[in-house]
Design a protein around this ligand. Structure first.
Ligand code: MN
Ligand code: ZN
Length: 500
């Protein structure tokens, strides 16, 4: 685990040292305690704000180095905009924006989390702290020549004290959020890892570390999967020097008789496309083709750590898709665990082959309340939705609506796409029960139709995260190539609807 800032909560008093952060609304109004903290500086702040044209707009900051009269060696005044218009989800982003202003070399930071008027809730303070933590993330373990003064790559390691109206409650809430932060960090780390390090067996080994948190972990090897008849998954991995794995993780925090919620992830540790090889440009990004599986591991991590009161099964299919003398060919016909046969048209449409067997296996073994799968499944979803929304496909309206609401609340947004028999027809095959591509038109939809043939009547949602889970624009709460997409979304869904 990388060094990250240490966060604590304390009473709202003006005392501070090192870096001092205060909030202001549009109109430059501050809370009483902040006012007292800044009083010794006289009109310094008003003059600086005027000189800078700083008005307290949301996520805009005014910075003063060694401000006269104050103990702080740096003062950061963070604007929140119109205080009345602040939404709960804004506190996460504000935390991220503040972290973005704290120099990585800072040792001690005091944040006076206060505005004029109503007290800032413990909930908001915990969200704010989550934003700090997520923004501070760096993936720098392979940088051996890191310069001490190169701030860009350094993980901030300051001790951050957040002064807030109700520190005891805030700390309690933070314990839950800290678990989520760790889950997101775990998912980011896995996605960022290079593919020579993180191949299926190694990925399974890292997932197995969840046992420390009380998560039951089973790892199925090639022999076990052969016995189960998982010809679709195994066909994808057969060209690789690295063996495939299926990992099943179980968190049992709910009632004993309650059927589990199942979360399934695509874990293609590297996707060359196989014999239908991809072009060279940006192929390195295909180390992220396991982001669905990374999300599942991160989620199980968060659930275990915060001792979620729900039964959740996470299952990930781990393979490497390589071209070689033993690789599967276009034209091959494989038999899935379900008994249904699949004609391989394009070996680069491999994710659905992996998921077909994992979905079927999970459904038969656990009879879950629902199944949600996450997969960097199609480039077509990026054409449709860009990188702001994941594609959502579902056979169940209630699950779909709950996911959409959790998406709005967390900022990990999903957009529902259609399914239907007209699309399903497009994957019928001349030689087998189905083929693994439906052609260019509606490529994300025909991929989802393929998956639907493996879920029977179980409520199911498929999230196509090819656009949201890697190579994203930096944001207030994420500066990394891999945002750890989906951990917060699914944690929220479970917390809101499925915990006793
Ligand atoms: Mn592919
Ligand atoms: Zn893929």
């Amino acid at each position: 685990m990388p060094e990250t800032p240490k966060i604590s909560f304390r009473e709202l008093t003006p005392s501070h040292s090192g870096v001092l952060v205060v909030l202001t609304d549009e109109g430059l109004r501050m809370g009483r305690v902040a006012g007292r903290a800044l009083a010794p500086a006289g009109d310094l702040l008003a003059r600086a704000a005027k000189a800078e044209g700083f008005k307290g707009k949301k996520a805009m900051a005014l910075e003063l180095i060694a401000p006269g009269g104050l103990a702080a060696d740096r003062l950061i005044v963070m604007g929140v905009g119109k205080a009345k218009e602040l939404k709960p989800s804004d506190w996460l982003k504000l935390g991220g924006a503040v972290m973005g202003k704290i120099p990585p070399a800072a040792k001690a930071v005091t944040i006076l989390l206060e505005l004029p008027g109503d007290k800032i809730s413990a909930e908001a303070a915990a969200d704010f702290a989550l934003g700090l933590k997520l923004r501070a993330y760096r993936f720098d373990r392979y940088k051996t020549k890191r310069k001490e003064d190169d701030d860009k790559d350094r993980t901030p390691s300051a001790a951050i004290a957040i002064a807030v109206a109700d520190p005891a409650q805030a700390k309690k809430r933070w314990q839950q959020r800290a678990a989520i932060a760790e889950g997101v960090v775990q998912a980011r780390d896995l996605v960022n890892e290079p593919p020579n390090v993180l191949y299926p067996v190694e990925f399974a080994r890292r997932a197995a570390a969840l046992r420390k948190l009380g998560v039951a972990v089973e790892v199925l090897d090639v022999k076990a999967m052969k016995k189960l008849g998982m010809g679709a998954l195994l066909g994808v991995g057969q060209g690789s020097a690295h063996d495939s794995r299926l990992v099943v993780m179980r968190w049992s925090g709910g009632n004993r008789k309650e059927p589990p919620l199942a979360i399934i992830g695509k874990g293609v540790c590297f996707d060359t496309g196989g014999i239908s090889i991809k072009p060279a440009a940006s192929m390195e990004d295909m180390k992220g083709d396991m982001a669905g599986a990374a999300c599942v591991v991160g989620l199980m991590h968060a659930l275990g750590l915060r001792k979620a009161k729900a039964n959740v099964v996470g299952a990930i299919g781990l393979v490497e898709n390589m071209p070689s003398a033993t690789a599967q060919r276009p034209g091959d016909i494989v038999k899935s665990m379900s008994g249904q046969t699949i004609e391989i048209i394009n070996t680069d449409a491999e994710g659905r082959l992996v998921l077909a067997d994992v979905l079927w296996y999970v459904n038969k073994r656990f009879k879950p309340k629902f199944m949600i799968d996450l997969a960097t499944l199609t480039g077509a979803i990026i054409v449709s939705l860009g990188q702001e929304y994941a594609g959502l496909f579902a056979n169940d309206d209630k699950l779909s609506k709950r996911l959409a609401a959790a998406g709005e609340a967390t900022g990990e947004r999903v957009w529902r796409m259609p399914l239907g028999p007209e699309f399903d027809k497009m994957i019928d095959s001349k030689f087998a029960d189905m083929k693994n591509t439906g052609g260019r038109h509606g490529g994300s939809i025909t991929a989802a139709q393929f998956l639907e043939r493996y879920v029977e009547k179980t409520p199911w949602a498929h999230l196509d995260i090819a656009g949201t889970a890697m190579g994203v624009q930096p944001s207030e709460i994420n500066q990394s190539w891999a945002p750890g997409w989906g951990v917060r979304l699914l944690d929220r869904l479970i917390a809101e609807h499925y915990e006793r």
